[in-house]
Design a binder for this molecule. Structure first.
Ligand SMILES: C[S@@+](CC[C@H](N)C(=O)[O-])C[C@H]1O[C@@H](n2cnc3c(N)ncnc32)[C@H](O)[C@@H]1O
Length: 248
C-alpha cells in the first residue's frame, strides 16, 4: 500500500468520484494521501443514513445516493474515478466500470482496488473463507455479494477498459502478526454480526454452523487480511490509438 499511497501523493486529482463508497473508507485514504484535489464525491446505492462516515463532513467531500450502473454525471466530466473493494458486490461489473470510464475525461485517472483469492497460508485463507461465508449470508438475505475474484479475473475485467500508463500494485497483506488480538476481535465481531443475520434465516442452519466453525478456527490460526490488487491507469486520449495497458 505504501507505493500506492506514494503515487497518490504525486497526483493533482482534480474532480474525484469514489464509486460504491460505503462508509467512505477509501475516501479517507484519498483525503489523507492525494497530493491535491478540487473536491471528492462518494456515491453509493444505499442511503447516507446507512453510511454516516465522518469523512463526508469534511470540507470539499460530499456523498450522493446514486447507482454505480447509472452514474448521472456528464461524459468526460471528472478527473479521477475510483472503486475500492466492491467489484464482487456488483450485479453488473462491466456496466459499472463502463460508466466510470464514460464520466472520466480522456487522460483522467481510474483507480480499481479489489481483494482477490490469491491467499497464502492458513490465516489469510481463513479471512477469505469468512468473507465468502459473509457473501453467502448476504446473498441469502437478498443482497448482491459474490465470492471474490481471482487476480487474473480482475486483470481481465480491467483489460477491457483499454487504459494506458497502467500501474499495478500488489498488496500481499501478509506482514501483520496473524495472532494480533485486535484483528481477531474485529473478525469475531463480523462473524457474530452475520450469525445474528443468519438467525433470521431458519432454513439456513448449515450456514450458521459454518459460521460457528469459522469462529473457532480464528483462535487456532489467527487472521491476516486477503491480498489486494490496485490498478491505477489513465483513460486513453483520442491521439493515443488503440494499444491497451501492459499487464504484469
Ligand atoms: C464492501 S463495500 C465497499 C466500501 C468502500 N468502497 C471501501 O473501500 O471500503 C461495498 C459497497 O458497494 C455498494 N454497492 C453495491 N452495489 C452498488 C451499486 N450498483 N452502485 C453503488 N454502490 C453499490 C454497497 O452498498 C456497499 O456500500
Amino acid at each position: 500500500m505504501d507505493a500506492f499511497r506514494e503515487a497518490l501523493g504525486c497526483m493533482a486529482a482534480g474532480r474525484v468520484l469514489d464509486v460504491a463508497t460505503g462508509e467512505g473508507e477509501f475516501v479517507e485514504t484519498l483525503v489523507g494521501s492525494l497530493g491535491s484535489y478540487a473536491w471528492i464525491v462518494g456515491i453509493d446505492v444505499l442511503a447516507p443514513s446507512r453510511h454516516p462516515g465522518s469523512v463526508f463532513r469534511a470540507e470539499r467531500v460530499h456523498f450522493l445516493q446514486v447507482d454505480g450502473g447509472r452514474l448521472g454525471f456528464a461524459d468526460a466530466s471528472l478527473d479521477t474515478v475510483s472503486i475500492s473493494s466492491t467489484l464482487h458486490h456488483l450485479e453488473d461489473v462491466p456496466r459499472c466500470l463502463g460508466e466510470m470510464v464514460r464520466v472520466l475525461r480522456p487522460g483522467g485517472r481510474l483507480i480499481v482496488r479489489e481483494t482477490h483469492r490469491g491467499v497464502r497460508g492458513a490465516a489469510q485463507r481463513l479471512d477469505m473463507e469468512i468473507h465468502h461465508w459473509v457473501a453467502e449470508v448476504d446473498s441469502a438475505l437478498g443482497y448482491t455479494h459474490n465470492p471474490t475474484f481471482t487476480r487474473r479475473e480482475i486483470l481481465d475485467l480491467v483489460a477491457g477498459l483499454g487504459l494506458v500508463d497502467a500501474r499495478f500494485y500488489d498488496v500481499p497483506n501478509t506482514d501483520r502478526d496473524a495472532m494480533d488480538p485486535a484483528a481477531i476481535r474485529s473478525s469475531e465481531g463480523v462473524i457474530d454480526r452475520y450469525l445474528r443475520h443468519a438467525a433470521r434465516l431458519p432454513e439456513h442452519g448449515a450456514l450458521r454452523q459454518r459460521g460457528e466453525e469459522l469462529r473457532q478456527r480464528l483462535q487456532r490460526t489467527g487472521i491476516q487480511w486477503e491480498p489486494e490488487l490496485i490498478v491505477l491507469g489513465r483513460k486513453r486520449r483520442a491521439s493515443q490509438g488503440q494499444g491497451g495497458e501492459k499487464r504484469p
